[in-house]
Design a protein around this ligand. Structure first.
Ligand code: GAR
Length: 207
């Protein structure tokens, strides 16, 4: 059984999708062993508590730099014997030490079709603001392995979602979550836990 840690910063609806998938028996070969938040205010911590999953806080405010915070996170994840790290609405850019500690074992969900609307500054609602400003007719979500480059790792899965006239960033965010993120993320986590994701350069093969 692979031990999964979910890293969160906010509302935690993607964490909830993982918890719900787990309770339906859809995370084959894995169990959510810990939820780690970058702030004590993250509502995701309440979701973890309700599901009986241990919650921890490693606050960004407690460190001088993203690097110092990343090192503390790596220590905690190693102490917990974690096999897979899932970034589910985690708003801190981790430094390379995390990728070195967990090569091809960190999965992120991003609310756009990478390489569009991705990289530093593209997170949360900003992603949808940028997509609407640009006028795209399709956006969506991407689940990918995390590499040293922000939002640049090998892509596991993507799903396109329609942008409709009069969408606000909030409305588009919700549609992309419902139609794409909450489905793709649990599926990718389950495939990883069954050793069915093989990385070949930039390509991820589903076995
Ligand atoms: C989600 O849309 C997630 O894809 C996005 O933040 C939201 C978090 O919602 N993540 C990023 O933008 C990371 N670059 P949640 O806390 O309800 O899961």
């Amino acid at each position: 059984m692979k031990k999964i840690a979910v890293l969160v910063s906010g509302g935690g609806t993607n964490l909830q999708a993982l918890i719900d998938a787990q309770s339906r028996g859809e995370i084959a070969g894995g169990e959510i062993a810990a939820v780690i938040a970058s702030t004590p205010e993250a509502y995701a911590l309440e979701r973890a508590a309700k599901a009986g999953i241990p919650g921890f806080v490693i606050p960004r405010k407690g460190f001088d730099s993203n690097r110092a915070m990343t090192l503390a996170l790596v220590d905690k994840l190693k102490e917990l014997n974690i096999d897979l790290v899932v970034l589910a609405g985690f708003m801190i850019i981790l430094t390379e030490e995390m990728v070195q500690a967990f090569p091809n074992a960190i999965i992120n969900v991003h609310p756009a079709l990478i390489p569009s609307f991705a990289g530093p500054g593209c997170y949360g609602l900003h992603v949808h603001e940028k997509a609407l400003e640009y006028g795209v007719k399709l956006s969506g979500a991407t689940v990918h392995f995390v590499s040293a480059e922000c939002d640049g790792g090998p892509i596991i899965s993507q799903k396109a979602v329609e942008v409709l006239p009069d969408d606000t960033p909030e409305v588009l965010q919700r549609r992309i979550m419902e139609q794409a993120e909450w489905k793709l993320l649990p599926q990718a986590v389950s495939l990883f836990c069954q050793d069915r994701l093989q990385v070949e350069g930039r390509t991820v093969r589903v076995l």
